[in-house]
Design a protein around this ligand. Structure first.
Ligand code: 5RP
Length: 267
């Protein structure tokens, strides 16, 4: 436990964690987090982004490359990252939208092919469990998010604490699919017990479609991630178990809950 540990925040953490043996919980009841007055979801996303900046800033140097996720929480992070843009070299983006936001802040954005190694990857999630397994892809950027995060040493997840779940799967699982395989993949997903719904009108940055799979029982996230990846026509699915978060900053009304996953050790 961190020196800032307090009983108040400990109770908050316990309420969220079903597997305390699997995770190191650090509750940072800083004066900043105690000053929360109102707690809209946007404010919580902002607090999570600020916590991630405090965490990564001491690790960055003029050669560091930061991988950046996609979504509203990632946008808060990008805006905070811009304030320390002179302390690192460049960023790699997980979507066209993120690339544009980074560039608008004057942050150099590199192609992943020109970047052998990322120091850290920071992104939001649609769900995260106590082991750092996540569902992602609500913003349809899952494939590039998985690619960019796999090139990074460390995955830092930022979210409001409503995203913390005991078991993944309440949020419909996004699956990116080659358009011609839509029906084929949908039938295979039904065989796995899910109910796929085509996210009509959405084309990913890679030119593909998204199926959102409802009511899927995800008891073994790693196993389910692999099974869905094995379906011909699937480009990527939104279970991030192979690339589970190493660290998560989850903002709630009582402050930041900081999860350090022992299942996903930082190399
Ligand atoms: C985009 C994602 C996002 O990280 C996820 O949808 C969370 O988004 P938000 O921060 O807006 O709640 O995976 O593909």
């Amino acid at each position: 436990m961190s020196p800032e540990f307090s009983l108040h925040n400990f109770l908050t953490c316990q309420q969220f964690l079903n597997h305390p043996q699997d995770i190191t919980v650090r509750c940072c009841a800083t004066s900043q987090t105690r000053r929360f007055i109102s707690h809209s979801q946007d404010e919580l996303k902002q607090k999570a982004a600020e916590a991630a900046i405090s965490y990564i800033a001491p690790k960055l140097d003029r050669k560091s490359i930061v991988g950046v996720g996609t979504g509203s929480t990632a946008n808060c992070f990008i805006d905070e990252l811009a304030k320390i843009r002179h302390t690192f070299d460049a960023a790699v983006a997980s979507s066209e939208a993120t690339q544009q936001r980074l560039a608008a802040h004057g942050i150099t954005v590199l192609d992943l092919n020109a970047t052998p190694h990322l120091d850290v990857y920071v992104d939001g999630a649609d769900e995260i469990d106590a082991l750092g397994n996540m569902i992602k892809g609500g913003g349809a950027a899952l494939t590039r998010e998985k690619i960019v995060s796999s090139a990074a040493n460390e995955f830092v997840c930022i979210a409001d604490d409503s995203k913390l779940v005991t078991r993944l799967g309440t949020f419909p699982l996004p699956v990116e699919v080659i358009p011609m395989a839509r029906s084929l993949v949908a039938r295979a997903l039904v065989q796995l017990g899910g109910q796929p719904i085509w996210r009509e009108g959405v084309t990913t940055d890679n030119g593909n479609i998204i199926l959102d799979v409802h009511n899927l029982k995800i008891e073994q996230p790693l196993e389910m991630e692999r099974r869905i990846n094995d379906i011909a026509g699937v480009v990527c699915n939104g279970i991030f178990a192979q690339q589970a978060a190493h660290v998560a900053f989850l903002a709630g009304k009582n402050g930041i809950t900081n999860l350090h996953s022992s299942a996903a050790e930082v190399p």
